[in-house]
Design a protein. Structure first.
Ligand SMILES: *[C@@H]1O[C@H](CO)[C@@H](O)[C@H](O)[C@H]1NC(C)=O
Ligand SMILES: *[C@@H]1O[C@H](CO)[C@@H](O)[C@H](O)[C@H]1NC(C)=O
Ligand SMILES: *[C@@H]1O[C@H](CO)[C@@H](O)[C@H](O)[C@H]1NC(C)=O
Ligand SMILES: *[C@@H]1O[C@H](CO)[C@@H](O)[C@H](O)[C@H]1NC(C)=O
Length: 474
């Protein structure tokens, strides 16, 4: 009886530690050799953010260059970095749990988060606790960084690069501004290396205006489709100008429907492909916001199985809610991976269409390195739209930046041009050829070189073939 009591008390204590541990409210685990750590940070009472840190086995000690760390921010909003970014894009293992040759661990440590709360394994205990704005999401992320970095002097030596994809870009620049304030106030102990915006949704207005002309130029729309998309883009602009952001989100969704119909389902993530989706009812506008989000989350798995030679049969949901959740051990029983994801998008609908160009300007003015990279074949965050918002920057170096020539990029022994880049002061731009929205998936070689250059990784010069290939245990 007494034994049982002790058992219950320690179990209770453990779960309290897990979820309600006051200031040190972290549930936390390490793997055997310490190369992986993961945990929950209670970023606000009853709001729990999941993170997973990988230390690189390719680390190079170089007194003149610190080893970098990358925080990967996925899009959606509501798509899981711990799942998609990690297992489908840049982490050490793919969805078959086989080593990924082009993992970004070759250049840096990797920190994945399920952000905003409600995404992936992150969860809230009360549905009023989802974030309603990018700024609320950035505040939560800043708390997470304080919890992870402030107590770890080792990590503080690595400059942090916030690397984003898609909607993650809006969160990345907002976090960049918020993290800098926390650093200046002495509350956050880390060195911000830079902010990196991969195919990022920084200015929704510029993207919706880019879709029609781009798709017309590549024959995927005709003039009728172009006119329809122009008039909806105009409507969105009016809504944005008058601050009707929720209405603008509905019109965005309506515009996507028009383009899907007029283009016979062009893929929004790669204009050379057809969307793998079932035909959507163009009348279900209120539903299609959620549908668009799911399309994003599901895209990579359908893309892989539809790609010739793709052998990726494992469904990400099954993997995350099965093998991975068992490995992690700390996921509460009633939390399933992605169980709350749909709410994340819906609750952010009032901020979804709000631009974040001012935040980019703020970072540039403060001397932070800002890198933009964009896949040539992307539609949703088309290069045309990205170039349009860059032109709106107030940054004093813009004119000079625009006037300088680009340098071509190659990869390995391949003589084909893989992209272009240029830099002026602290603004850097990479144009990646032959890639859609998911650049590291479509062009792993050039993406890996790029991330080595951006993070000034001491491993940059090292040839990939001489790096160790330690097999990771699950
Ligand atoms: C990936 O593997 C292939 C051969 O299997 C090799 O040619 C290529 O260089 C590798 N890429 C990287 C980034 O290691
Ligand atoms: C899981 O269960 C706990 C305890 O009953 C509850 O406090 C929490 O809100 C639940 N979490 C979710 C995400 O439903
Ligand atoms: C997740 O896994 C649990 C336990 O294996 C199972 O009961 C549940 O149905 C799964 N949920 C989803 C959404 O796959
Ligand atoms: C920005 O990047 C350049 C080139 O990598 C580097 O030389 C410089 O030190 C960086 N600046 C800051 C403030 O990190």
């Amino acid at each position: 009886m007494e034994k049982f009591y002790v058992y219950v008390v320690s179990l209770l204590f453990f779960s309290l530690l897990l979820l309600h541990g006051g200031t040190a409210s972290r549930a936390f685990r390490k793997n055997q050799d310490g190369s992986e750590e993961w945990g929950y940070v209670q970023v606000r009472p009853k709001a729990h953010m999941f993170w997973w840190l990988y230390r690189s086995p390719y680390r190079v000690e170089d007194p003149s260059k610190p080893w970098p760390i990358i925080l990967w921010l996925q899009g959606g909003p509501g798509a899981s970095g711990v799942g998609i970014g990690n297992f489908q894009e840049v982490g050490p293992l793919d969805t078959n749990l086989e080593p990924r040759n082009s993992t970004w661990l070759r250049k840096a440590d990797l920190l994945f988060v399920d952000n905003p709360v409600g995404t992936g394994f992150s969860f809230v205990e009360d549905t009023n606790l989802f974030v309603k704005t990018d700024s609320e999401a950035a505040t939560d992320l800043t708390v997470l960084l304080e919890e992870i970095f402030n107590r770890n002097e080792n990590l503080q030596e690595s400059p942090l690069y916030i690397v984003a994809e898609s909607y993650g870009g809006k969160l990345a620049v907002t976090l960049g501004v918020s993290a800098l304030k926390a650093i200046e106030a002495g509350k956050l102990k880390l060195k911000l290396g830079g902010v990196v915006l991969g195919d990022s949704w920084i200015s929704p207005e510029d993207f919706v205006f880019s879709w029609g002309p781009l798709l017309k130029d590549i024959s995927r729309l005709d003039n009728n489709g172009l006119l329809k998309s122009k008039s909806l883009a105009q409507k969105i602009k009016q809504q944005l100008d008058s601050g009707n952001y929720v209405e603008a989100t509905s019109s965005w969704s309506e515009l996507e429907e028009v383009i899907i119909v007029s283009s016979n389902s062009v893929d929004f993530y790669n204009f050379l492909l057809d969307s793998g989706m079932d035909p959507l009812s163009s009348t279900a506008t209120e539903l299609s916001v959620g549908v668009s989000m799911k399309r994003y989350a599901r895209y990579l798995s359908t893309y892989k199985s539809a790609t010739p030679g793709g052998s990726d049969g494992v469904d990400l949901d099954t993997l995350m809610n099965g093998t991975i959740r068992k490995k992690l051990k700390i996921i509460p029983e009633n939390v399933t991976w992605g169980g709350q994801s749909d709410y994340v998008f819906t609750v952010l609908a009032g901020d979804f269409m709000r631009p974040r160009i001012d935040e980019v300007d703020e970072l540039l003015a403060k001397g932070v390195n800002v890198t933009i990279y964009n896949g040539q074949l992307d539609v949703i965050c088309a290069t045309k739209g990205t170039e349009a918002w860059v032109e709106k920057l107030k940054w004093e170096g813009l004119q000079k930046f625009q006037s300088i020539e680009r340098t071509p990029l190659f990869c390995g022994d391949d003589k084909h041009t893989k992209g272009f880049t240029k830099s002026y002061k602290n603004l850097h731009f990479y144009w990646i050829l032959g890639a859609g929205h998911f650049v590291p998936v479509d062009q792993p070689c050039v993406a890996l070189n790029m991330v080595g250059a951006i993070t000034d990784s001491p491993a940059s010069a090292a040839s990939a073939s001489v790096a160790p290939t330690r097999k990771r245990k699950m």
